[in-house]
Design a protein around this ligand. Sequence first.
Ligand code: NCD
Length: 310
Amino acid sequence: MSGFAGRDILSIRDLSRADIQLVLRTARKMVPIATGEKRSRSLDGKILSTLFYEPSTRTRLSFESAMARLGGRVVGFSGAEGTSVQKGETLADTIRMAEAYSDAIVLRHPHEGAARLAAEFTDKPVINAGDGAGQHPTQTLLDLYTIWDEKGSFEGQSVALVGDLKYGRTVHSLTYALAELGSQLIFVSPPTLEMPREILEHMKSEGLSFRVAHRLEDVIREVDVLYVTRIQKERFPDPQEYEEVAGSYRIDAGVLRDAKRELIIMHPLPRTTEIAPDVDRTKHAVYFKQAFNGVPVRMALLDLILGGGE
Ligand code: NCD
């Protein structure tokens, strides 16, 4: 038994190093099923609820694809319009309904802490697919898979997290995991969008080393992984504040002139203007592959939680 059966995935911090390694190894075995080359029915008869109160393309579709590739089914909604949320139904009651209709619940919600709260209303496993500016643990698992697949290890890799480190939930989760796995982190953001203080405090108290920079040019030569993020426009209380930082970073051929040959560029997507389209053709770009990796990684996680895999 792996200990995953029936478990909630609320924060990446709930997973030990051994848990993460198990997910990554299981994901690798899932790749031929994710591409359709091999078939599996390991989640035959299982139903997953996907409750998306916020927009999503990759996360929702890759969960659906993962479930379908393993022979399971999905019920759910994308946007609360058209559901009883519009009539004033509480999160607690909606979760109770998802519990009645399915075996596990994937939740994306604009409020930080929503997934943890939801888990209190049900005994069925809850998977956090993004809670406001909080956490996005399954994104981190696919990000880790991508680094492991491309680089072979985490230890000693210099990873620059670039963009909106204040509101970006992907980088919050990823920071905890990569620091724990021995990568060297560089936080590159405008001064107003730095990593939240509690995460920096955590790093310091655990003795984990990191650096803070504001200019990409100052660090591009030394990094192995560039993890670029979108400025999270929807989280700014004041549109004026967003305008001041919009377009702060743009990765293009000019910026990459000084980069290592083996540099990989990642992005959780969607991108707006932060990566120029001509970067897509370079060997550095792995963000579309990264998005595909969401399928085998979510298959692995679902199989471990619902199928009692390993
Ligand atoms: C991210 C998210 O929703 O946090 N997208 C994703 O899940 N791949 C990143 C973003 O919206 O910028």
